[in-house]
Design a protein around this ligand. Sequence first.
Ligand code: NAD
Length: 441
Amino acid sequence: MNIAVVGTGYVGLVTGVSLSEIGHQVTCIDIDADKIEKMKKGISPIYEPGLSELMAKNIEEKRLFFTTKHEEGFSTADVIYIAVGTPENEDGSANLTYVEVVALKISELVTKNTIVVIKSTVPVGTNDLIQELINNHKRTDVTIEVVSNPEFLKEGSAIYDSFHGDRIVIGARSEQAAHIIEEINKPFGVPVYKTDIRSAEMIKYAANAFLATKISFINEIANICERVNADVEEVAKGIGMDQRIGNKFLKAGIGYGGSCFPKDTKALLKIAGYVEYDFELLKGVVTVNKNQQELLLQKLKNRFDSLQGKRIAVLGLAFKPNTDDMREAASIVITEELVKQGAQVVAYDPISMENAKKLLVSSIIYVNSVEEAIQNADVALILTEWDEIKYMNLDLFKTMKTPIVFDGRNCFELDSLKDSMIEYHSIGRPVITREMTNALI
Ligand code: NAD
């Protein structure tokens, strides 16, 4: 099948590369000429495990092409995927401008029957609006059918997810269009769930809102655990064994970030608002997450009279491990406040430092290893649970001026701190003082 993918961000590029890997002829289109130049040379503009290798392979085997010209991709395409961004508007609603611009391009340029697949996360009713927009603006008498096919990949394991996802959701008006999209995806071997368009759109928002709810729920339990001397890691294991609850997404920490949960939860609140429904539960989820992102700052405030002049090592900047995505990362809020309070921030992240430099306050010092970051530091803050941090040698903390660690991701088992002489603050677990480390089992 000839496929065009519009937008080569995390979703579009992974979609294009994966579709070419299963044998389709794919042209990826982006308005960012620098990105396209890089990709033509086989260089991925984003960090995603396994992506560069598959990209190079499919370029080499002449199934994967890149261009800035929409007409190049559209002229041969049987199916056009739209995977452009739908960022948050100031009022929390989803900004559909990028999707609409692509829809108008399609109306202008497509001259044969084509299926348009919307991969971008869009509010319920958007596929219908885009269908109408295309019908009203198309220049020739062709049939262009819009199909909803929301994306569920997880950054950091996106390529793996393409081939091992839990489901592919297809929302279509006609059985014929749904069948074509199902056939395109068949080689992935992922279960397909076919439904109506509006339900498909809602499945995406409901899934993200539910996952965000699980995170905010366990974070609230963690905050209570701290006050009643329980251990949230034990609690999460105990409740996760109940199959009705499940053991995933029960990791307490400093909240969710990234390009999806924050914006999609707010967009769903807006969608509910449009139909005069007050989604109380989800409002709470969003508020809890905001507070949770600031929890380490609160803990620092309780521990130190002032942060003025303190050297603070920040370990991990990305919103989660195995990605270079800095969008809505807790590190943005936290480092800004540390600098405001007069601390000297020394930061390290294995992958996302280049992206971080564009978003974080300029006075941050970036270093190339955990060792460099913590040397002579007064305090270390762990913001992302990269393996490199989770499995680091705890003796390294002895090179700090004072081994005081605030771990926002519960990277270490409390038992592993035995004899470490580290003062250790984590989420939903008792504080371990230096003296206590002698007494740990
Ligand atoms: P992104 O911001 O990383 O990429 C969007 C790309 O679209 C950019 O490269 C931009 O240059 C390009 N673009 C914009 N307008 C264009 C146009 N007219 N023609 C061609 N290219 C154009 O976005 P993303 O993170 O890949 O997300 C895309 C969509 O998928 C969003 O709706 C998002 O909510 C959804 N989604 C994202 C994820 C994720 O983990 N990132 C997961 C599931 C769903």
